[in-house]
Design a protein around this ligand. Structure first.
Ligand SMILES: [Fe+2]
Ligand SMILES: [Fe+2]
Length: 154
């Protein structure tokens, strides 16, 4: 029933330091909610909610300030996630643990795709603007990364 706890992996590195730092923290805090016993959930979820507020606000600000073209759908996704976190916080305050567990699973499933499709484009954009080039990413484990790539051919 319980799925794998979200944990940091080199495949999450996007090459723009400030985004990578936020993402390490996000992964750690989601993992902490997943691993928490029931009586710690309120505190763990509060820490995650505070982080999400800051994380999304910071990314939104970069996108707006630099007029990142595809910013609207990215900002919408942040807002939807933040709203879910707040809704579940309200439910948890009334003792609803199940929705909190489900949220943690959902966030663990949501993050890799969001990072890959939306945050990676932002990271490239920010590196280009700041350093005039694409990010150079060094990964210890390139094989694991390749397993995420679609398999083509017969
Ligand atoms: Fe992000
Ligand atoms: Fe994002």
């Amino acid at each position: 029933m319980e799925s794998a706890r979200l944990a940091w992996h080199d495949s999450f590195v996007l090459g723009f330091g400030p985004v990578d730092a936020l993402h390490r923290e996000f992964v750690e805090l989601v993992g902490a909610v997943q691993a928490a016993p029931d009586h710690e959930l309120v505190d763990r979820l509060a820490a995650l909610a505070a982080h999400c507020e800051q994380h999304f606000e910071e990314e939104n600000r970069w996108m707006i300030e630099t007029e990142f073209p595809p910013r609207d759908c990215h900002i919408d996704e942040h807002n939807a996630v933040l709203q879910s976190v707040r809704d579940v916080q309200a439910l948890l305050a009334q003792g609803d643990v199940d929705n909190c567990r489900r949220l943690a699973e959902a966030l663990a499933g949501w993050f890799p795709g969001h990072a890959d499709h939306l945050d990676s484009a932002l990271a490239h954009w920010m590196c280009k603007r700041r350093f005039g080039g694409k990010p150079v990413v060094f990964r210890r484990d390139p094989v694991a990364r390749q397993s995420d790539e679609p398999v083509t051919g017969a």
